[in-house]
Design a protein around this ligand. Structure first.
Ligand code: IFM
Length: 450
C-alpha cells in the first residue's frame, strides 16, 4: 500500500492565533455510523422507517452503516492515531428507550458505557449530543415534535442519560442542527396552512425541549458544560430577481436564527414572531433561554436559494453561479464566509464557540494500490482552518474544531454515495482506510499541540 502522504504537512501560521488550549476533535452521529439496527432491543427510529420509503439514494438503509456498534474499539483507536482530544457522538434515543419513553433498554445503555469508557481510557473527551435526528418512531406516532408532550419526553430522556453517564461525561449538546431537521422535514413540501402551522409548532417545542434538557443536565451533573449545535450558513439568492432575494431573506432568518435567537437571546427573530405567537404560552421564552456554556457551530458553505411560490417558506434550492468553486458533491467552497460566520456568531451570541462540524463531501475511491488520496479535502480543511485562525485573530472566541467526520457514513437522503470521512469505509468489508486527509489532520494536531 502506498504511504497515503502526497500532501505537504501543515504549516504553523495556519494556527498562529488559536488559543493554546484549543480542542481538536472529530464528530459523528448515531444513525449515520452505528448499524446494529435490530440488535439488543433497539427500537425503530423515524429514519429506519423513512429508509423504507424509497426516497433514499440506492435504497440504502442504516441497518449496518459503518457497524460502529461492533467496531467502536477500532474507531477509538483511529481517533487515538489522529491525536484528537475530543470526540462528539450522539446517543440513539431508540437504542436506550425503544419506545422513546418508559422502560430503558439496558443493553443499549451498556453500549454507550463501553464507548465512553474506551474513549476515556484513550484520553479522548466524550462530547455527547442527545439528539441527532433519530427520533423514536413510537413518539412520531404520537405526533413527535408537534406534540407539546415532547418537551417532557425529551426532559425524561435527558434525565436518563445524565444519571447514567454524568459521572464520566461532562460535555453535552441538546440538539444537532434543529433548523435543518425541521426545515428539511417540513418546509420543502407544498404550502398549506396546517403544515405551515406545524413547522412553527415543532420549532417552538424543540426550543422548549432544549431548555428543559439544559435544566435537567445542570441539576443532575456537577460541572456539566452544555450547549446546542447550530448550522449557520448565509442563504444567497441564486439570481438577481427580487423574488429570489425575498425567498433567500426569508429562509435565512429561519435557517440561522429560529433556534439560537430564542435559546441565547430570549426572543424569536422579529420576522417569525407572528407565526410563533399561536404556540407561545406565558413563560415559554424564559423556559427556552437557559444559561449556556458554549455555542456549537456547524458550517459548510453558503446556500443558494430560489423562489418557489407554492413551497411552504416560498423557497427551494437554486442554481449556483457558474464560477463558484464546488466540492465533488457540489457544495460551494468559500472559506471567507466561514470567517464571516464565526464573527457573526461571536457578535450575536457572545458565547465561546466550538466548531462542531466542518468538512468536505467527496466521492472518494481507493486507487490501484488501495490508498485513498484526497487532496481536495486537504485543501478544503486548510482553507477553512485558516479562516478560523483569522476569525480568532480578529477576536472571535473560538475554542475548538471538530471535523465532520471520522468515517464515511450514511449521508441521509444521499445514502452512502457522499463521503465526508477522514477514513474511507468499504461498505462490503467494513474496512476503514485512513485517507491522506487523515494523515494531514494528524500532523496538524501534532503541530498545534507541540
Ligand atoms: O451528515 C450531516 C450531519 O448529519 C449534519 N450536518 C451536515 C452533515 C453533512 O451533510
Amino acid at each position: 500500500m502506498s504511504s497515503n502522504r502526497p500532501t505537504p504537512a501543515p504549516q504553523l501560521p495556519l494556527l498562529a492565533s488559536l488559543r493554546p488550549d484549543f480542542t481538536w476533535g472529530v464528530s459523528t452521529s448515531s444513525f449515520q455510523i452505528e448499524g446494529g439496527a435490530r440488535e439488543d432491543g433497539r427500537g425503530l427510529s423515524i429514519w429506519d422507517v423513512y429508509c423504507q420509503s424509497g426516497e433514499i439514494k440506492n435504497h440504502d438503509t442504516g441497518d449496518i452503516a459503518c457497524d460502529h456498534y461492533h467496531r467502536y474499539r477500532e474507531d477509538v483507536a483511529l481517533m487515538q492515531r489522529l491525536g484528537v482530544q475530543a470526540y462528539r457522538f450522539s446517543v440513539g434515543w431508540p437504542r436506550v428507550l425503544p419506545l422513546g419513553r418508559g422502560l430503558a433498554n439496558e443493553p443499549g445503555l451498556a453500549f454507550y458505557d463501553r464507548l465512553v469508557d474506551e474513549l476515556l481510557a484513550a484520553n479522548i473527551e466524550p462530547w455527547l449530543c442527545l439528539y441527532h435526528w433519530d427520533l423514536p418512531q413510537a413518539l412520531e406516532d404520537l405526533g413527535g415534535w408537534q406534540n407539546r408532550e415532547s418537551v417532557a419526553w425529551f426532559a425524561d430522556y435527558a434525565a436518563l442519560i445524565a444519571t447514567r453517564f454524568g459521572d464520566r461525561v461532562k460535555r453535552f449538546a441538546t440538539f444537532n442542527e434543529p433548523s435543518i431537521f425541521n426545515l428539511f422535514s417540513r418546509s420543502l413540501g407544498r404550502r398549506d396552512r396546517a403544515s405551515e402551522a406545524g413547522l412553527y409548532r415543532a420549532t417552538h417545542q424543540v426550543n422548549l425541549s432544549h431548555g428543559a434538557a439544559v435544566d435537567v443536565l445542570r441539576e443532575k451533573i456537577r460541572g456539566a458544560s452544555i450547549g446546542c449545535i447550530h448550522n449557520l450558513q448565509p442563504c444567497w439568492p441564486s439570481s438577481a430577481s427580487e423574488a429570489d432575494a425575498a425567498a433567500a431573506a426569508r429562509v435565512a432568518v429561519y435557517w440561522n436564527y429560529a433556534f439560537p435567537d430564542p435559546q441565547c437571546r430570549g426572543e424569536y427573530p422579529p420576522e417569525m414572531r407572528a407565526a410563533i405567537e399561536p404556540h407561545l404560552q406565558p413563560g415559554d421564552l424564559a423556559r427556552i433561554c437557559r444559561p449556556l456554556d458554549w455555542f456549537g457551530l456547524n458550517h459548510y458553505s453558503p446556500v443558494y436559494v430560489k423562489a418557489q411560490a407554492d413551497a411552504m417558506l416560498g423557497y427551494d434550492f437554486g442554481e449556483k453561479p457558474a464560477d463558484v468553486a464546488l466540492t465533488q458533491i457540489g457544495w460551494p467552497i468559500n472559506p471567507e464566509v466561514f470567517d464571516e460566520t464565526l464573527r457573526l456568531a461571536h457578535q450575536r451570541y457572545g458565547l465561546p464557540i466550538y466548531v462542531l462540524e466542518n468538512g468536505y463531501g467527496g466521492i472518494d475511491k481507493p486507487d490501484e494500490t488501495g490508498a485513498v488520496i484526497d487532496p481536495e479535502r486537504v485543501d478544503f480543511l486548510r482553507g477553512y482552518i485558516g479562516a478560523m485562525n483569522s476569525a480568532s485573530a480578529s477576536g472571535v472566541d473560538v475554542r475548538g474544531y471538530f471535523v465532520w467526520s471520522l468515517l464515511d457514513n450514511f449521508e441521509w437522503a444521499s445514502g452512502y454515495s457522499n463521503r465526508f470521512g477522514l477514513n474511507y469505509v468499504d461498505y462490503l468489508s467494513l474496512q476503514r482506510i485512513p485517507k491522506s486527509s487523515f494523515h494531514w489532520y494528524a500532523d496538524l494536531i501534532r503541530a498545534a499541540r507541540q
